[in-house]
Design a protein around this ligand. Sequence first.
Ligand code: FES
Length: 292
Amino acid sequence: MLARFLIRAMDAQAVWTKPLGDLTHRFLHWLFHLMPPVRDLLNGRWLGHPLHAVLTDAPIGILFLVIVFDVFGEPFAALVALGIGILAMLAAALTGIADYADTDGRARDRATLHSTLMLVALLGYVISFWLRTGKGDVPPEAVGTSIASFLILAAGAYVGGDVAYVLGNMVSRHAFRGPGTRWIALEPAELELDGTIPVGRPVRAKLGANGLVLVNDGSRILALHDTCAHAGGPLADGRVVDGQLECPWHGSRFELATGHVRGGPSVYDQPSYEVRRRADGGWEARRSPIGR
Ligand code: FES
């Protein structure tokens, strides 16, 4: 009941979050794609995990302490916590903006609402900090501003949770895929007349319920899952660059031989598969061991 009310309330904001999100996203996408190493660093590719999710808990915890210190009459401790909390918010915001640069559709609308709330909360905290500095006693309006900011921060965190847990932004598209070691018949969508897989370009294939993308590099058949781990882009529509497959949606790159992610915004590896010829001339494949 409450959840449905909140979803309707969040969806109703699309009248302003959509145009605002589309505008800011265009700029941020352009900016972060100018500097892939910075984007990858902020996305968390080096960690194999979204960095934003790691950093967001810190400001919430620290800024809650501001209320605790205010209640117990510790103005200096509250001021220090407030200063650290603001810095932690800025760090979390930077990583969130990098994720936002490659967010689409409803998740982008929701992320726009999330970031607007966070920005308002940050502004409130900066005002509260300014009201406290150079004064012996903490003015009541400084306490009121930090409490109001915390409530806005909590609302922003709720919306951010929705972006990840409900809309699956920055969640691996292969989170629930089992390892599976059985060889299964593979059905390539295209074959040459002699039954071989065309050389040098991505070819779609069915492996049971899974869609794969195959690349014949001239000496072996390399195979990845066709659904990009980042946000589900069709890798078979991508291009082969230096032994890697580039996703057509946001440009993540995966090593064809291993599925290892070599360029963001994906922070996750792509499931890879072993392919071999069957005795009857057909093809079969199985999932490569995870973590190889
Ligand atoms: S879907 Fe985003 S990089 Fe593939």
